[in-house]
Design a protein around this ligand. Structure first.
Ligand code: IMP
Ligand code: MG
Length: 197
């Protein structure tokens, strides 16, 4: 169950320099334009590396839904999409380390060139769990894309092929990323103030 979260920002202030969530201040970290430029770059790159392969994109819900929508539209080759849902977070600001599969991938991965798209790699435990179970489904290749990667937070042995931005080990919200399910609709990414890295 998510806690009640009070957010103070105006609808007209979606590009605000800072926002307050339940009295806690977050500052603008990555602007909408910065994010969009990087997403387009990754999309162009994948269009080249996967030309002629009709890749199957797997978005990791919920956090990646906005990123994967933008990324897919910046890919200029034929591609398909499916989703899976895993959770390692339970209303905390640190990873619980326990991964749970809430929604399994419906598509067959056998012989496919799979592009896994995640919002943020923190401990990497969620991704590690997912990649291991996906490998048993015999994809032809697997490419991992993460919008954000928290530097120094990795606890699992995972290879990330494309990282949008390497960021400090601090809590962020916006562009699909939530705190207690809030703030996913912000177009920019905001970082928690006054927290030791
Ligand atoms: P990991 O298993 O520790 O790598 O956790 C990955 C998942 O935790 C991400 O896909 C997010 O859903 C969530 N997460 C990790 N860091 C943050 C953050 O700073 N803000 C919001 N969600 C986060
Ligand atoms: Mg996630």
């Amino acid at each position: 169950m998510s806690a009640r979260v009070a957010i103070s920002f105006q609808e007209s202030a979606v590009a605000a320099q800072s926002i307050k969530i339940s009295g806690v201040r977050f500052s603008l970290f990555l602007s909408e334009a910065t994010i969009q430029t990087r997403v387009a770059e990754i999309g162009q790159h994948l269009s080249r590396t996967h030309a002629g392969l009709k890749p199957l994109i797997i978005g990791v819900l919920n956090g990646s839904f906005i990123f994967v929508a933008d990324l897919m539209r910046s890919i200029t080759i034929p591609c398909e999409i499916d989703f899976c849902k895993l959770s390692s977070y339970r209303a905390q600001r640190v990873s619980s380390g326990t991964v749970q599969a809430d929604l399994l991938i419906a598509s067959s991965l056998a012989g496919r060139h799979v592009i896994v798209v995640d919002d943020i790699i923190d401990s990497g435990l969620t991704l590690h769990f997912m990649l291991q179970s996906m490998q048993t489904l015999n994809p032809e290749s697997m490419t991992v894309v993460a919008l954000l990667h928290k530097k120094g937070a990795l606890k699992a042995d995972v290879q990330i092929d494309h990282v949008g931005f390497t960021i400090p080990n601090r809590f962020v919200v916006g562009y699909g990323l939530d705190w207690h399910q809030c703030c996913r609709n912000l177009r920019a990414i905001y970082m928690l103030d006054d927290e030791e890295p």
